[in-house]
Design a protein around this ligand. Structure first.
Ligand code: PMP
Length: 337
């Protein structure tokens, strides 16, 4: 038995019980580990779905160029699909993203333009503006716009939701998801709530992002917006893929807690995943009083730890940000004493 190409291996990711890291949590905690997708992240699912839907209605034509503002993982999914399907890719990203992510996109032949992080989305230098301008200037171009393209949510409604429902044999009581474009939480959450309306859907947000305040007050508060370090989640605008009616609660997590917990997942569970997984588990710790022994919580681990080697998995990087409290005695430091 073989697959006809790498795109056929997307999805059907493992669901793995967490043990040591959640020993203080009274519920069963299961992680949906999306690193086994070909691009090592959950975003492969929506990337191929956006392309297929655009091909079907003629927005993307043979030999076309895919142009997108992406923080890396969506770009990976699009770039891999483009290799197989014969499209060109130009991505705009921000200088906040890890170098590993940018280099990985270039490995698949994509062109990557790095833009400044700390400018307004409307600023002509922002990665949103640059990709919009390229879309107009490049011939036969298509911009998926992962934030407002509802094929993103649909991918998770069609795949991620049903996989979790089957893997838990309908026993899931809580879904916990880091929210960026909102596609993962909205599609997965909508499917699961249709199966069982009692399921609680919790979103993880960052300090510096607008989601939590908007959910709780209906106010888009610009004062909530400031630079933050956590990657992949939180936004300074409201993407159409965030369906606030599906989300019961947003929990905010600090950059420090997210970074340190990302490392703990590798050390305690042997699961090498990215920064949003750390944010989700740190958020789970804050929410533990809302859980009981009969609860079955599924948390999404969106991407692979290898993309954060220069960041959360680098002691110097953590120390520079004041995230690492005590310098542990390592063999090297003992020898140099
Ligand atoms: N974690 C990581 C690492 C991501 O790249 C993303 C996508 N921005 C998310 C979480 C959030 O997923 P979604 O965009 O579906 O809300």
């Amino acid at each position: 038995m073989w697959y006809n190409n790498i795109l056929e291996t997307i999805g059907n990711t493992p669901l793995v019980k967490l043990n040591k890291i959640v020993q203080d949590i009274p519920a069963t905690v299961l992680a949906k580990i999306e690193t086994t997708n070909p691009g090592n992240s959950i975003k492969d699912r929506m990337a191929i779905k956006m392309i297929q839907d655009a091909e079907a209605d003629g927005r993307l034509k043979p030999g076309g160029t895919i142009i997108e503002g992406t923080s890396g993982n969506t770009g990976m999914g699009l770039a891999i699909a483009a290799v197989i399907k014969g499209y060109k890719c130009i991505f705009t990203t921000t200088d906040k993203q890890s170098k590993e992510k940018v280099d990985a996109l270039r490995a698949f032949g994509a062109e990557v333009i790095v833009c400044p992080t700390n400018v307004e989305p409307e600023d002509p230098r922002s990665y949103y503006s640059v990709s919009s301008r390229l879309e107009k200037e490049v011939k036969n171009a298509w911009k998926p716009n992962q934030y407002d393209n509802l094929s993103n949510t649909e991918a998770h409604y069609e795949q991620t939701g049903p996989e979790i429902w089957e893997q838990t044999e309908g026993k899931i009581t809580h879904l916990l998801v880091g929210v960026g474009t909102g596609g993962t939480i909205s599609g997965t959450g909508r499917y699961l709530k249709e199966k069982n309306p009692a399921i609680k859907v919790w979103g993880i947000d960052t300090y510096g992002s607008v989601f939590k305040k908007y959910k709780e007050t209906g106010i888009f508060d610009k004062n909530e917006i400031y630079p933050y370090i956590t990657e992949g989640i939180g936004e300074d605008f409201l993407p159409q893929n965030v369906d606030f009616s599906v989300i019961d609660h947003f929990e905010k997590v600090t950059d420090k807690d997210a970074a340190l917990m990302t490392r703990e997942i590798a050390r305690k569970e042997g699961i090498f995943v990215g920064n949003s997984a750390g944010a989700a588990i740190a958020g789970l710790m804050q929410l533990k009083d809302k859980l009981g022994p009969d609860d079955v919580l599924v948390v999404i681990f969106h991407d692979h730890g290898s993309r954060y080697m220069g960041k959360m998995f680098n002691d110097d990087w953590l120390r520079e940000r004041g995230f690492l409290k005590d310098d542990k005695l390592t063999a090297k430091s003992i020898l140099s004493q």
